[in-house]
Design a protein around this ligand. Sequence first.
Ligand code: ADP
Ligand code: ADP
Length: 237
Amino acid sequence: MVMISMRDIVKEYPSSKRGAEPIRAVDGVSLDIQKGNVFGVIGYSGAGKSTLVRLINALEPTTSGVIEVDGTDITELPESQLQKVRTEIGMIFQQFNLFNSRNVAGNIAFPMNVANYPKEQRDSRVEELLNFVGLADKARAYPDQLSGGQKQRVGIARALSTSPKILLADEATSALDPQTTSDVLDLLQRVNRELGLTIVVITHEMDVIKRIASHVAVMEKGKVVEQGEVFDIFAHP
Ligand code: ADP
Ligand code: ADP
């Protein structure tokens, strides 16, 4: 069963130079990401990985092509219906993007506030997620009191708060040391295996892909130049 299907995706940005050709950040990408997979997207800086993720999350309109998320073509949806699609997609970031003025519980609860969850449901969900990511004793701590690994665990808990089907991780371990990276990847593996989320991992590090992904797409200059099972793609030089 396909969770994310992309057909001939193109994303262009207008050039900053007047009269110049637009910039093709994504140039004809077709991908199928199966339900329950950990799918890696690897490539150098500027390859178009982050742009692809923003298109899946419908944070930006696609220039052309079709993106289906769990069977719904999100390129055709009006903004009002995109809100619902976004609650089914969680996202984590390299720089964590936590709200420094909110404590850990407040950060985790934030997407539920936006989605108007009743307070009781919000509170029990925050508690459940604090336990899941191992931060039950940090509910009242503020982000600047946390280590990088703890911040990313808060980021993961926040991303899970509205019980999404998909987690998008954009260079989520790139700011972390090797041991902390390993801990965060273990947690992502639990998110996949215990909670059943489909995970898309964007990275420039092959070790990250080898560690947790079953399938991978290699991007270069806006195109997917190889895709398949990690074992096959990285087995030969
Ligand atoms: P990656 O995540 O692989 O580093 P990006 O998706 O960030 O790659 O960028 C792909 C290309 O698109 C780059 O050439 C980048 O400069 C360009 N790009 C990305 N976002 C924008 C934007 N908002 N406006 C103009 N160009 C952009
Ligand atoms: P803020 O006011 O910055 O949003 P709060 O401390 O009020 O942060 O917490 C945000 C949400 O998290 C509230 O719904 C609150 O009831 C809930 N919450 C706070 N601490 C806990 C906790 N230890 N366990 C479960 N829920 C909590």
